[in-house]
Design a protein. Structure first.
Length: 502
């Protein structure tokens, strides 16, 4: 089934009544703009307007010439067969076919002629009987919003969403032609922000020589564009907002330039080799601050970063806190660290796995946490031994009082430590906890509490996983003392994450 999602960007040529009631002239318009469209890599549509004049115009006014639109519609009317002739020509040139109905009977004819898309004119945006008939078709819908209040746009968007329609809405100004001060292109931003799941376009009525508004509309994120078009010929003259083939060519070139300048909005574009090479030449390479033996782990503190950067150089950009460097051969002081003499092991994936385990245990337990609370991962003997010795912790508040949530994964043990100032009470929210106080062991079950006074040596762990609420006096960073000096010597034993829980 045809879908709007496949058309990005999508340019629609609006013929309206510019066929002048002459089928042969309408065919010429289509053919002339087919020549223009073939120069550009866009999806193109051509649009007609259907009105059933027998019922659209009140019987008492059908012969009146003092009403502008009655006169124009009557003088330029085509028969269904003549419209079908234009439609077939559009399809023959590869155009996506679009039609605006102004009454329910015209929707019947649109279905009979099998147009691809139905367009709702701004004047019909809240014509509910017509919208109900359009929603009853299987065709995608594009609707213009000129002069429509936001609360009415809300209603129509909701109407189409509830009916699972494939639809888009267009910023439009119904002033012919639209002066520059009246274009209100910031409404594209408004529509995109208000309806983030709806595709937004721009239906234009400005002076055909204006090539700037299309650039701005592209930059603001519009992806469907509509313009009135026609071909002057003999006595046929275009109105002030319809563009001839040369003007449309310039309009499309402006759109192409804007699309090239703006690039891909869905994600980061592919970077050129020249760009990456230029950036790398300005990055600082890593050099040995002292000599290292083959097999030695290279501490980050024993490195320095400087230019020039050489081929295969490990750079400062590669040196995250998750990166562990191993010497593959003896490295002299001041020598560059290269992919040939150093192995880099990255533990970021390990951190991701830990976060998933913590999240799963929290969800299973039913314990809720505040939004965007930081997660502290403690890996006392390195992250590769985290599941043996470690824990994860969330500090909820730390004032004259302190509250933390501690997550112990199955099989984890927190090494023996003590505090000189802090007194803390553990309240088990989920699971069982084995705790040892000054060499005396005890098992706490869900709901039980225990208080650890200053100076008491304590360690704790869980066989099946546990969540503990720790309530204490103020926590000080320099008030935790471990009995194993190797822990204090590990300068990279904590990883802090802010955006981790969804």
């Amino acid at each position: 089934m045809f879908t709007l999602k496949a058309l990005d960007p999508f340019f629609v040529f609006e013929m309206a009544n510019n066929h002048m009631g002459l089928p042969e002239h309408g065919l010429k318009v289509i053919r002339e703009f087919a020549k223009v469209s073939k120069q550009f890599p866009f999806a193109f549509g051509f649009k007609l307007q259907y009105r059933q004049l027998e019922t659209f115009i009140h019987p008492a006014y059908k012969t009146r010439t003092d009403f502008k639109y009655v006169k124009r519609f009557t003088e330029t009317a085509l028969s269904p067969g003549q419209y079908k002739l234009l439609l077939d020509e559009m399809k023959a040139h590869g155009f996506i076919t679009v039609c605006t109905p102004f009454d329910e009977a015209s929707v019947d004819l649109i279905e009979e002629h099998d147009f691809d898309i139905i367009k709702v004119a701004s004047c019909s945006f809240t014509d509910w009987p017509l919208l109900e008939r359009i929603a009853g078709t299987a065709k995608p819908v594009i609707a213009s919003t000129a002069g429509v209040a936001l609360h009415d746009i809300d209603k129509v968007v909701s109407f189409f969403e509830h009916r699972k329609k494939d639809f888009a809405i267009m910023h439009c100004v119904a002033q012919y032609p639209t002066p520059e001060a009246g274009m209100q292109l910031n409404r594209i931003d408004l529509l995109k922000a208000r309806y983030p799941e709806v595709r937004i376009g721009y239906s234009t009525h400005e002076d055909p020589e204006n090539m700037e508004s299309i650039k701005i509309a592209v930059a603001k994120g519009a992806t469907i564009f509509e313009k009135h078009v026609g071909v002057p010929e003999g006595e046929i003259r275009l109105n002030d907002y319809s563009a001839n083939p040369d003007q449309v060519n310039g309009w499309l070139r402006s759109a192409q330039a804007a699309l090239d300048l703006c690039g891909d909005s869905a994600g980061r574009a592919q970077f050129s080799r020249e760009e990456l090479s230029s950036l790398r030449s300005l990055q600082r390479g890593l050099f040995a601050g002292r000599s290292f033996k083959k097999g030695e782990i290279i501490p980050h503190k024993d490195l320095f970063a400087a230019i020039p950067t050489m081929d295969g150089h490990i750079t400062a950009n590669d040196l995250s806190k998750y990166a562990q460097l191993h010497a593959l051969e003896d490295i002299e002081a001041n020598a560059p660290l290269l992919s040939s003499n150093v192995e880099t092991r990255n533990f970021q994936e390990k951190v991701y796995e830990i976060v998933q385990e913590v999240k799963n245990l929290l969800r299973y337990s039913g314990v809720t946490i505040p939004s965007q609370v930081d997660l502290e991962i403690s890996h006392h003997y390195g992250i590769d031994r985290f599941h043996e010795f470690g824990l994860t912790m969330m500090t909820i508040v730390n004032r004259t009082y302190c509250k933390k949530l501690i997550v112990i994964l199955p099989g984890q043990m927190h090494p023996t430590q003590y505090h000189l100032q802090k007194e803390e009470t553990f309240h088990v929210l989920h699971g069982d906890v084995d705790i040892e106080l000054n060499g005396s062991s005890k098992r706490l079950k869900t709901g039980e509490t225990i208080t650890v006074e200053p100076g008491v040596h304590h360690r704790f762990g869980s066989g099946n996983g546990s969540i503990i609420e720790e309530i204490s006096s103020t926590h000080y960073a320099n008030d935790s003392f471990y009995l194993d000096p190797a822990i204090a010597e590990n300068g990279n034993r904590k990883t802090l994450l802010t955006y981790w829980f969804d």
